[in-house]
Design a protein around this ligand. Structure first.
Ligand SMILES: Cc1cc2nc3c(=O)[nH]c(=O)nc-3n(C[C@H](O)[C@H](O)[C@H](O)COP(=O)(O)O)c2cc1C
Length: 502
């Protein structure tokens, strides 16, 4: 036999042995899995259907992926459907934001907003830009906020260093503010040079003393940072009212632990309420203390459920004098986002922004505080329609967290609580962060912010007003259960101030 043929035969023989070995190993593995499955007591499926029962878990895991990429229609997914996300992606990339042929949105379900265009829309040459709005006229350093659309609270910890860097740089470029979230101020928030809203959560990260109480010294130092323009006291967040912040231990790196003043690698769980605030007067005391010490405008963030407490708060403001009022209220929607929260709270507690926003605006009007206290709205307002609807209902500003996450490249993998985010936004694993290049994503953040403002303006112009804050309730109708729409000012009629002659 020629030598080459002998070599081929040897290789074939070697491969056959390998194949037999592999099949043997496979069979052995099946036998081991079979025995493991029938003898274990935890999973009924695996006990009743040994080995094949395991595919159920695999397919369940892969289901998210297949639904998103192959089966879900444009308007089907939750929390955000493909049409909503694609709009943000295109805006962020600076691509053409027009669509062809016609709308894929079904406009008949109850709750759908429809803006009322006027016969003579505002000519482009007559359109005006939105003027900066002052917040906190009685603070030592009031804030002239330039942008109606801003970055909502997301803590350094919940999101990564490159994400914070991209957001802070992008925010500077677009002229909007960035809220730090409850994890304190990191050097990356400041590096971008944007206006910062520092959030004080229930654990007071960044401004706490050794006992976890608010430290006036630290607060004073924060007030001296030029970029910090306002302070937001967080009472609650739409996704988890009554539950404090949750940062799983896997995400508590040495750097995050240092900024928060907590042990590395351990779960960071904030108290579910500010222990020292349990009444309207406690809340006002705290707001005034923070404002006096820092010199900055101070407001609070809450998701609204019960609302009688707001009447008590506004009455207390009236009794003390309007200087004592919070400078702003951030109303978060019950369906707001989070890094991690119990599903029961995410799903079922707290009013949606469409209900809570007009409710709070009307309460402010009745107490004659509508011009004194600015209203910031957040909760799935990631596209121009949602934001324009909130402005018509009475919001002065719109905040978004997840809209900006999409601008950063978020693919809605729903893994923010796992440190495995495939786009590097909510993970501290260097390998995954490599994909998020802050310089490139900062441009996207800025483009998204600017395009939002521009397209909210386009809706306003179509309704005949020169700039977004000109939108009023009568500019928008809402579809009812019988399929007919009624104007928002009929749903939420105008209320009178009890202090009209002031
Ligand atoms: C990853 C992530 C982290 C968040 N961290 C905070 C936080 O630290 N403090 C807070 O008040 N809200 C936090 N939120 C809530 C957002 O600020 C916002 O109120 C909510 O997501 C609604 O806005 P959106 O629908 O545009 O995301 C977080 C949301 C996300 C998605």
């Amino acid at each position: 036999m020629p030598e080459s043929l002998t070599n081929v035969m040897n290789v074939l023989q070697w491969m056959t042995t390998l194949l037999v070995f592999a099949i043997g190993l496979g069979l052995l593995a099946v036998v081991v899995m079979f025995i493991a499955d029938v003898t274990q007591t935890k999973s009924a499926v695996r006990r009743n259907f040994p080995v094949v029962g395991r595919f159920r878990y695999l397919f369940e895991d892969m289901g998210d992926f297949f639904r998103q990429y192959f089966f879900a229609q444009d308007r089907e997914e939750m929390p955000f459907n493909r049409a909503q996300r694609s709009w943000v992606y295109r805006a962020a990339k600076g691509l053409d934001s027009t669509v062809a042929f016609g709308s894929t949105l079904n406009i008949t379900p109850a709750g759908t907003p429809i803006f009322v265009n006027c016969p003579y829309p505002v000519l482009e040459r007559d359109a005006t830009t939105t003027h900066p709005m002052m917040i906190g006229p009685h603070a030592r350093n009031p804030y002239e906020a330039k942008s109606i659309f801003n970055v909502s609270a997301m803590s350094f910890g919940a999101i990564s260093k490159p994400a914070v860097l991209a957001l802070s740089n992008g925010s500077r470029m677009a002229g909007n503010w960035m809220n730090t979230g409850e994890g304190g101020i990191s050097p990356w928030h400041l590096e971008g040079g944007c206006d910062i809203v520092y959030q004080i959560g229930t654990a007071k990260y960044g401004a706490r003393d050794h006992d976890g109480k608010l430290s006036d010294d630290k607060l004073r130092k924060i007030g001296e940072i030029e970029q910090v323009r306002m302070i937001e006291l967080k009472l609650s967040q739409g996704a988890k009212p009554g539950k404090g912040g949750i940062l799983p231990g896997g995400k508590v790196t040495a750097e995050i632990a240092k900024i928060r003043g907590i042990p590395e690698g351990e779960d960071s769980i904030s108290p579910n309420r500010h222990p020292e605030i349990e009444s309207a007067s406690d809340l006002l005391d705290m707001i005034n203390r923070i404002r006096d010490v820092s010199g900055l405008p101070v407001g609070f963030k809450a998701v609204i459920g019960a609302y009688g407490w707001l009447d008590e708060l506004f009455e207390e403001v009236r009794a003390r004098g309007i200087e004592s009022a919070p400078d702003f209220i951030t109303i978060d929607s019950g369906d707001g986002g989070t890094g991690a929260a119990p599903m029961s709270l995410i799903d079922s507690v707290g009013l949606p922004i469409k209900e809570s926003l007009p409710l709070v605006v009307d309460m402010l009007t009745r107490h004659g505080l509508r011009d004194r206290i600015r209203v910031i709205a957040s909760g799935k307002l990631i596209n121009p329609t949602g934001a324009a609807l909130a402005l018509s209902m009475g919001a002065d500003f719109i905040n978004s967290a997840r809209g900006f996450m999409f601008a950063l490249g978020c693919i809605q993998a729903l893994q923010c609580n796992k440190n495995t985010c495939p786009t590097g936004i909510t993970t501290h694993k260097r390998r995954l962060q490599r994909g998020l290049v802050p310089e490139d994503k900062a441009e996207r953040v800025a483009r998204y912010s600017k395009t939002m403002r521009k397209e909210i303006g386009i809706i306003a112009h179509s309704c005949g007003v020169k700039e977004p804050r000109g939108l009023k309730r009568f500019h928008c109708r809402v579809v009812q259960t019988d399929g007919r729409s009624i104007p928002l000012d009929e749903l939420y009629p105008e209320v009178q101030s009890a202090f009209e002659n002031e």
